[in-house]
Design a protein around this ligand. Structure first.
Ligand code: M6R
Length: 612
């Protein structure tokens, strides 16, 4: 979604702002802008569309200045346009504001400010913020207190960067519900909504908490709470490396991230399983006694992470007697789930900033339930609000369509399930060792799928032009069918539906014709579920559907039924989703490629959905 960068120091701010905004492009945006201080005044440059348009305009105007703030906007209130792009100004252009999040009470605030004579020039919720600060500055309130008091009036979620024409040495940052960091560097100090944006220039960062305001100068950072009390926060070394956010020779971030999956899974297994087969997971305060008496787990997540959660439900139920539910964050927060302090909430999120997942976690915590999160981004809001965190450590995921974060979530949920089953005495040492041996085969199997990418590209090129596609899977591969369809929709824009194959006769079979590609996940299972999947494939074949099968290497039966087959190495069924989904990621990838789409930045999507 939106991105914020700010710089204060003795150099021109513009190159830092543009570099930071480029690093945030992956989050999704539809307009962008910067404001810098020049000779005691503010100069603003904004435009609709990509950053390249903003760069051309900045170059044409010869814009330089310092300090400065910049923003990429993903439209919520008001269409994507130059006048709605940030930064927004007060009546006299003496202060500029960039904002992520939503000001929920903006309509009331705006009415009041207009009645008091303030002039508005956009449709955004953000524009109330500069006017709220302005009215205090006019009364002679000091800048720091004006910012703090204005923040107290806002309802909703926000991360804000503020630049003042009257102060050549300072920018402000404030946070409530949306992430914001302050970065400390040799060339100056920075603010950003994601540390990745400033990672080349800072050695350490301060993660602001909700309700904190930072006054950032080239020499120092002062953090206060909304009461004006100073808060001491120790800067932490920055762990994200700038080169992790580069394409490393791949044509897109998504393709790079697809290829990183064997390494991500291999190192996760190495980190969490020692040479004696002991599984090490930090459960924080959730002790073994709690895990033994657990009767209920509720998994909450959104999008791809929710499909990982569905897999977690299946695997936990498979290994333990615990009743497990998986729910969408956006639904969980508004229903009346029954749970108590003996229910564990598992929140799954790549970013750790997804608004609906966070709201679900907060609602569960307020009712006493402990929260275990599976998260990729260190120090994210979710990680900080959870009782224990399993960091997937997949590295920054820049492609908007999630790939390596998903397989890492599956592996994390598998390890979690194994450990919980072991602690509860529901898994024999022999079974555990066999499962771990089989899990260790997964990275190599994924590697072999990657080697088949040219074949998968040919299949994608053949089938991408149809209006719609159906994805079918069963049991552990039902979430994979959902995820395969989501990947296809997200980046190729071909409509796709994921279905439990057994549900096909209850409706979607009506869609099948010679124009409908049907992707059937039909890898071998230890029981008769494979045969059931074969029956489903025959039903599709009888209606002339165009079958693309994902099948186990050497399976000739599927080849006789399907128009195209993607063979994957044989792995234990429980772990086959981590392998099979890679075939579907590549299928979606090459369909999008054939359609000429912007794969890393699909239209309308944001990497992390920080507003409801
Ligand atoms: O950061 P999160 O894992 O919480 O994000 C959840 C979803 O927004 C995310 O998975 C989304 O569905 C992606 N676009 C999937 O590719």
């Amino acid at each position: 979604m939106c991105g914020i960068v700010g710089y204060v120091g003795h150099r021109d701010a513009v190159p830092y702002l543009l570099e930071g905004l480029h690093a945030l492009e992956y989050r999704g945006y539809d307009s962008a802008g910067v404001a810098v201080r020049v000779d005691g005044a503010l100069r603003v440059c904004r435009c609709e569309g990509r950053l390249s348009a903003l760069e051309s305009r900045i170059a044409a105007e010869g814009l330089t200045g310092s300090p400065g703030i910049g923003h990429t906007r993903w439209a919520t209130h008001g269409e994507p346009s130059e006048r709605n792009a940030h930064p927004h100004l007060d009546c006299n252009s003496r202060l500029a504001v960039v904002h992520n999040g939503i000001v929920e009470n903006y309509a009331d605030l705006r009415r009041r400010l207009v009645a008091d004579g303030h002039h508005f020039s956009s449709e955004t919720d953000t524009e109330v913020i500069p006017h709220l600060i302005e009215e205090r500055l006019r009364r002679g309130v000091a800048a720091r207190d004006a910012v703090r008091e204005a923040m107290r009036e806002l309802e909703g979620s926000f991360a804000v960067g503020i630049l003042l024409a009257d102060d050549s040495q300072c920018i402000f940052a404030a946070r409530h519900g949306s992430p914001l960091v302050v970065g400390l560097g040799k060339e100056g100090n920075f603010i950003a909504s994601d540390a990745l944006a400033i990672s080349r220039h800072v050695e350490s960062v301060i993660y602001l908490e909700d309700g904190q305001v930072a006054e950032v100068t080239p020499q120092a950072v002062t953090v206060i709470d909304l009461e004006g009390r100073e808060v001491k926060i120790e800067p932490r070394p920055l762990t994200v490396k700038a080169e992790e956010a580069e394409k490393a020779g791949f044509e897109t971030f998504m393709l790079k991230e697809i290829h990183e999956q064997p390494r991500v899974l291999w190192s996760m297994i190495e980190r969490h399983v020692d040479e004696n087969g002991e599984i090490n997971i930090d459960f924080g305060d959730l002790d073994s006694e709690f895990l033994r008496r657990l009767e209920r787990i509720m998994v909450v997540a959104c999008g791809t992470a929710f499909y990982a959660g569905l897999y977690g439900k299946l695997f936990l139920e498979h290994l333990t007697e615990i009743a497990v539910e998986a729910d969408l964050g956006s639904e969980f927060r508004y229903r009346a789930p029954k749970f108590d302090q003996d229910t564990l909430i598992i929140a799954v999120s790549q970013s750790g900033e997804t608004a609906d997942t966070l709201a679900s976690v907060r609602s569960a915590k307020s009712r006493g339930a402990p929260v275990f999160s599976i998260c990729n981004v260190p120090m994210s809001t979710l990680a900080r609000e959870s009782d224990a965190v399993f960091y997937t450590q997949a590295g920054p995921e820049i492609g908007v369509a999630s790939t390596k974060a998903f397989t890492a979530q599956l592996a994390a949920l598998a390890l979690f399930s194994l450990r919980v089953a072991e602690v509860r005495g529901e898994l024999t040492a022999e079974d555990k060792n066999q499962l771990l041996t089989d899990l260790r085969r997964v990275p190599q199997a994924i590697h072999r799928v990657l080697l088949a990418k040219e074949h998968i590209a040919e299949i994608a090129e053949k089938h991408h032009s149809g209006p719609s596609a159906l994805y079918l899977g069963r049991r552990f591969n039902y979430p994979v069918a959902l995820e395969g369809a989501l990947k296809n929709k997200e980046i190729s824009y071909q409509h796709a539906e994921g279905y439990a194959a057994g549900e096909m006769k209850h409706g979607p079979i009506a869609l099948i014709s010679e124009y409908m590609p049907v992707v059937c996940i039909c890898t071998r299972t230890a029981d008769n579920l494979y045969e059931k999947m074969i029956s489903n494939i025959k039903e599709v074949q009888a209606r002339h559907g165009r079958i693309i099968a994902v099948a186990t290497e050497g399976d000739r039966r599927v080849a006789e039924l399907a128009e195209d087959v993607i063979y994957v190495p044989e792995v234990r069924e429980e772990f086959s989703p981590m392998v099979n989904v890679v075939a579907l990621q590549l299928l979606a990838y090459y369909a999008a490629h054939a359609r000429g789409n912007d794969i890393d930045k699909p239209r309308n999507l944001a990497k992390s959905v920080t507003v409801e």
